[in-house]
Design a protein around this ligand. Sequence first.
Ligand code: ATR
Length: 285
Amino acid sequence: MADSRETFLVNAFVTGWPVKHSRSPLIHGYWLKQFEIAGTYRPEAVNEADFPAFIQSLKDGSSGFRGGNVTIPHKEIAFKLADRPDDLAREIGASNTLWMEDGLLHATNTDSYGFTANLDDRHPGWDKSDSAVVLGAGGASRAVIQAIRDRGVGEIHVVNRTVSRAEELADRFGPKVHAHPVEALDEVMSGAGLFVNTTSLGMDGNDAPKIDFSPLASGAVVTDIVYVPLKTSLLAQAEAQGFPIVDGLGMLLHQAVPGFEKWFGRRPVVDKTLRDLIIADMERH
Ligand code: ATR
């Protein structure tokens, strides 16, 4: 006889290529245990050629998954293949969270929520600024711009080595968003209350350029979406220059919350034990 618990088992995934470095199974595993939910959350390594078939197996129910997370390199194609992408995913043009509902595959993007929730948690009042500077115009920058704009920060200055990419984002995210070359950095930092690094500069301990943060408004918050290392070179510089800093780990933790709620029906909380669990894992690898 089948185990009666099987009836209630909810399964979710994180898919990417590669996917083995993902910390999402640790995060969701922590919450599943906390709520004593009969469910699984597991990595599914799917390459680009096999991804459409993977999506089809979600839609026809043969995969056995209620939904899951999507990471690099599948975020754009997941958005395109979903039946019901929401406005957030549509504006970003990529999705990191999928779920089946009423026989249709829904998609959203929770990165902007993760960014906002992290700053709300670590530095409430971060949004009371007239202007913000976003360094970088890649995929990760989109969710950050969306988050800051939706919170009502007046002007958003996107500074990028390749200015045409910043211009694309200014077009996409509307009149509050302005594109600038790197040479304009000092000028646009003047009086800004928020500085966000979305580039890979400083990732894995690589050297980042020296930045003079002094043009920022007094008490301006500096944050980095890179979280390995936790204190990136840019954050260390900002801290040494007297500015409050917020590391990027909380964005990873908070972006997981809406997905967990969709699949497993409970809204989890990002607490210190979870944060310490992920930090311990980062120290091991
Ligand atoms: P992601 O999706 O993680 O944002 P991406 O799309 O490759 O990755 O974007 C990386 C960002 O880091 C871009 O803004 C990139 O600048 P370019 O658009 O000019 O390429 C920025 N970046 C990466 N290495 C850089 C470097 N050495 N100096 C300045 N900017 C850099």
